[in-house]
Design a protein. Structure first.
Length: 360
């Protein structure tokens, strides 16, 4: 099979999720040209890369000119006709590349394919979905509605749009999507989870550092319609304020009062807020099969498990549910659990994770 995708993996520092990132790339059913661009000077990165050496078509350890420059380097050193990049603390869902490839293959006019992302914390526990992701179009001018790890694009369209701006360090993805839009690229959104993004300490797109603020204002001033500029700027500032506000319960309360309408993805909204029905979709890449999935909830007594996509026993506990599978769930399998939440009381997903060891 001819190579179809070139994926750059820029590394600025080692992260505990990096083994999962590499494993998720290694399992994709479409053959990839993966480039590892490591500027960390951390021996753990090199040691891990040695374990996955056959995965990389190009590998560089040493200083670079920043994340954007590293991503470009990886694409320049490989020949895939479809491009993407994956941060080392994010990872792909099984068959994500196959799902994207199927759209490109069936629709030669499509230039960009995007999908949903789940969110995880520093321990790899799912905490929700990227609620801002939505079918892209003119709405890109007033906000970045594409989750970057879940986006792939043709090299020809990328080059027509002028390529990635190596001078940008916080908004290079949104800048590229806007220029693709302006160049006439055709976008298609698929209603699937294609990746998992880490949101937590060290995430550089959280907060409103002066450099990030300057990049955002530049894009808003250049691309956002005049009547939407103030609302777009206000939205970014509020998001940054709420993300950094402590305690989190106060931040959630304020956000609930400010929102006119809650955006839900598979029934899960910002901060894990549950709609009346919700679907928890999760996976793993560990060698050891998993027997037990733990779903922790706020106000768990207001939620019930409607169904599980494979035979399992459900144990209702005070703070959530334990899903005990009849057959072990092997690596790269995807499981789905449907929840019903009683409308009389607001409920929230705290986390979803695999229990260690074998369930009794």
């Amino acid at each position: 099979m001819a190579t179809k995708f070139s994926i750059s993996v820029p590394v600025g520092a080692y992260h505990d999720l990096m083994p999962t990132c590499f494993a998720s790339l290694a399992c994709q059913s479409e053959r990839l040209h993966v480039s590892l661009l490591d500027a960390s000077n951390d021996p753990r990165v090199a040691a891990l890369a040695d374990r996955y050496d056959g995965l990389f078509a190009y590998r560089r350890h040493g200083p670079d000119a920043g994340q954007s420059a590293a991503i470009i380097e990886g694409w320049n050193e490989t020949s895939g006709e479809i491009l993407g990049w994956l941060n080392a603390d994010d990872f792909l869902f099984p068959d994500a590349v196959q799902s994207a490839y199927a759209v490109f293959d069936a629709n030669p006019s499509v230039d960009v394919v995007a999908g949903h992302s789940a969110i995880c914390d520093e321990k790899g526990r799912m905490t929700g979905y990227h609620w801002a992701a939505a079918p892209p179009g003119e709405n890109l001018r007033s906000g970045c509605v594409i989750s970057q790890p879940s986006c792939f694009f043709r090299r020809a369209a990328y080059e027509k749009a002028g390529g990635l701006d190596a001078a940008l360090h916080y908004t290079m993805d949104w800048d590229l999507w806007l220029r693709l839009l302006g160049s006439g690229a055709e976008f298609q959104f698929i209603n699937e989870i294609l990746s998992v993004v880490y949101w937590g300490d060290g995430t550089k797109t959280l907060g409103m550092k002066p450099a990030r603020r300057a990049e955002l204002l530049r894009l808003i001033n250049a691309y956002t319609p005049a009547k939407l500029k103030f609302r777009t700027k206000r939205g970014f500032y509020l998001r940054a304020l709420l993300d950094e506000m402590k305690p989190a319960s106060v931040s959630r309360f304020i956000e609930s009062k400010l929102r006119r309408k809650t955006p839900f993805v598979f029934g899960v909204g910002p901060r894990g807020k549950l709609a009346a029905t919700a679907e928890i979709i999760w996976t793993h890449f560990e060698d050891e099969p998993k027997n037990e999935l733990v779903i922790l909830l706020e106000h768990a007594n207001a939620v019930e498990v409607q169904s599980v996509d494979r035979p399992a026993r459900i144990v209702n506990e005070g703070d959530g549910f334990r899903i005990l599978f009849d057959e072990p769930v092997t690596a790269r399998s995807v499981v789905s659990v449907r929840l019903n939440a009683h409308a009389a009381r607001s409920s929230r997903l705290i986390s979803c994770h695999w229990a260690q060891g074998v369930a009794l």
